[in-house]
Design a protein around this ligand. Sequence first.
Ligand code: EPU
Length: 417
Amino acid sequence: MEKLIIEGGRPLEGAVHISGAKNAALPILAASILTAETLCVQNVPRLRDVATTCALLTQMGLWVRQPAAGTIELSAHAIANPLAPYDMVKTMRAAILVLGPLVARCGQARVSLPGGCAIGLRPVDLHIKGLQAMGAEIEIEHGYLIARAKRLRGARIVLDLVTVTGTENLMMAATLAEGTTVLENAAREPEVVDLAQCLNAMGARIAGAGSDVITIEGVECLRGARYRVMPDRIETGTFLVAAAMAGGKIKLEGARDDILDAVLEKLRESGASISAANGAITLEASGRPRAVNVRTAPYPAFPTDMQAQFMALNAIADGTALVTETIFENRFMHAQELKRMGADIEVEGNSAIVRGSAHLDGAMVMATDLRASACLVLAGLVARGETVVDRIYHLDRGYEQLESKLSALGARIRRAG
Ligand code: EPU
């Protein structure tokens, strides 16, 4: 199994380019199911989850091509097999994103029900209820969701809680429904907006994406389009935290600061200087960061996908921080691994008290999920001696060439095994 070996203690200096956003690319690739014409998606990051999505779509009968690095063309001329099998859903929960598009376009879908995962139970009841409100009949048979609908009907759907992929699934399904759908308490994440913009470029009529009420007027069919995926705000945030911890000065090109307010605010509070101009964000930091409290919540509040990285920062910060996770019930697995590196962390329910230590020590640590792996890499960058991060296949799901980008900034990091 591949590992990352990191020699800690070097400041970060230089510039790297930010990749396309994983969590925007995945629903946009699934949106190709909605049209018989070709959808050309640009700025797609080279990630394991993208490869899994392409394999899933190919197996359904879509024609998937990569004419150039970062560009994927998809044609759902015919969908012979509207199925998302267990083997694929178990490795990538985002496969649930094919459910809405398949029911809308083919009138049927068979999608493996995702189980629990490393960060929480993560049910999909709101995806199901929303589709049922639009007239789909859904049954669960042998671990699979079987959905059928002649043509979906527009409906007013009030989501019980804010769900990102739930909002995306229902928004995609509603584009081809008969009549108007109103999604209330919709997720406001920038990735939802990116998907809505892509769907509108395909001929959908969506208004309000980015607010908590999204209105979708159904159309008869969608057409092909060319769409460029937004930059990854979590990759951006991860590099910024790396430099805030290690010290130095980095420039992130092709990044957006307008969708990172809560994260930038916390980094400034920790003592970093940040500026943004011409599509680039620059961060400069020296000395130990100050401890910062964080509390995760849906966008525009502090993102759960940055919680683990800030726990690493707090582990070496001056002071004590309270980290509260309100989105997922089990997203503190990295705390135990950080403690093995000498961090002082006490987890109680959905909160962690992190008392900053002057030093962390390199150790063999194990990644349990994508953002937990990022947290351990960040800790390795500042630890004394060598850190070996095991099970980095989690990282490859969501960070494009993390080690080469960090090496370009002067980190001593290499892949082995
Ligand atoms: N939830 C339900 N019922 C549902 C749907 C969600 O109870 O039907 C609960 C979840 O269990 C969770 C909360 O609602 O407690 C929010 O979950 P959400 O549905 O928003 O999460 P998601 O759509 O499955 C996406 C991202 C995650 C990110 C979360 C929160 C994608 C592909 N995944 O997941 O990204 O953490 O939103 O922002 O967009 C990651 O990139 O590392 C990652 C985990």
